[in-house]
Design a protein around this ligand. Structure first.
Ligand SMILES: *Cc1c(COP(=O)(O)O)cnc(C)c1O
Length: 363
């Protein structure tokens, strides 16, 4: 039995008919950027997000940069992000010209720790970027209250959490802007790069549409600073097809996670919070002797990955906070290892993963 972490070809084979139809339609249309396919995808995702305005962009990193740009946050400003996240959260903040500052995460979940965020706020803090890591929402209510009291914007990094909810409402619609990535491995993945920014504020959505297209309002009229960050028609058409399967995929992810939670022995599980729906983009477990554990699973044909091996402050590109300790992030970086969890895993594969983990623990 072999269980790979991703199976892109298998997923394509399962939905090949409607995908090929969509691709052929776009190629034959002769229109490849900022057309009807993008409008349709933005409307379809917006409806799913409770009527929010969706602006398709080129990737999740630029979604974060554009969100900050649209809020007027740039050089001289500080933006707080978690000390454990995918590095592109930080890359996006740096692209805006703002200075990223990290706050620790709760080692029970990997999500931002409120007290640590509070401790990092300075007069220059203009935004907080909570990351809904591994597919689970941060505890947003106290964070939004803190941010509002300090007049700080909340920009949600939802790259790993499409379809996750917090108190019944989709992530990405709680803060002023939500940022999504459709990188191929994400729960809704394009066949290339793609992303989106989401907001309930129509005027802000309009600004975001200009920023993503060289700041252009009318043709050849550039009123705002901008970049080139468009979600192309091919990827938009592909994503619109895949969006029809997302609920089914999320349900399957959650079912596999429930089997893991019930069946795994000898490893630490992260907490699943009752305040929202976790969409299990990843299923990390905590193991002190991680190298041996990973070697054991590799020998059993099961591929694992680490999300993430280095806390942000230890990354060479991250210049600041070298002398500060982030115990939550440091512990997780040492101990986490992600088991394969994808909606197209067979029951036999799920059983094989559980058996391999439990045989390492000797139970
Ligand atoms: C994937 C990811 C991003 C970046 O998305 P890209 O589309 O690859 O630019 C940002 N933040 C987090 C948490 C991610 O997982």
């Amino acid at each position: 039995m072999s269980v790979t972490f991703n199976d892109f070809q298998g997923q394509y084979a399962a939905i090949r008919g409607p995908i090929d139809t969509a691709v052929q339609r776009v190629l034959s249309s002769g229109w490849y950027l900022l057309g009807q396919e993008l409008k349709d995808f933005e409307a379809k995702l917006g409806a799913r997000l409770g009527g929010a305005h969706v602006v398709g962009v080129a990737n999740g990193t630029e979604a974060i940069a554009l969100a900050l740009m649209a809020l007027g946050i740039g050089p001289g400003a500080e933006v707080i992000a978690p000390a454990l996240t995918a590095y592109p959260t930080i890359t996006g903040i740096k692209m805006s010209g703002a200075t990223p500052v990290v706050a620790d995460v709760d080692p029970a979940t990997g999500l931002l720790d409120l007290a640590s965020v509070e401790a990092q706020i300075t007069p220059r803090t203009r935004a907080i970027v909570p990351v809904h890591l591994y597919g689970q929402s941060c505890d947003l209510a106290p964070l939004l209250a803190l941010a509002a009291s300090e007049d700080i914007a909340v920009v949600e990094d939802c790259a790993q959490a499409i379809d996750a909810t917090y108190q019944g409402q989709p992530v990405g619609t709680h803060g002023v802007i939500g940022c999504f990535s459709f990188y191929p491995t994400k729960n809704l993945g394009a066949y290339g790069d793609a992303g989106a920014v989401v907001t309930r504020d129509a005027a802000l959505a309009e600004r975001l549409r200009r920023h993503r297209n060289y700041g252009q309002s009318d043709r050849y009229r550039h009123e705002l600073p901008g970049i080139n960050s468009r979600l192309d028609e091919l990827q938009a058409a592909i994503l619109a097809v895949k969006l029809d399967y997302l609920s089914e995929w999320t349900t399957r992810r959650r079912a596999i996670a429930a089997q893991y939670r019930a069946g795994l022995r000898g490893v630490g599980l992260l907490e699943e919070k009752a305040y929202g729906q976790h969409v299990y983009h990843l299923f990390p477990v905590r193991v002190a002797a991680r190298d041996g554990f990973m070697a054991h699973l590799t020998a059993a044909g099961i591929q694992t990955l680490i999300h993430y091996p280095l806390p942000i402050a230890a990354q060479p590109d991250f210049a600041g906070q070298k002398d500060e300790r982030f115990p939550g992030a440091e512990t997780l970086a040492k101990e986490v290892v992600s088991l394969p969890l994808r909606p197209d895993m067979t029951d036999e594969q799920v059983t094989a993963v559980i058996a391999a983990v439990n045989s390492w623990a000797g139970v």
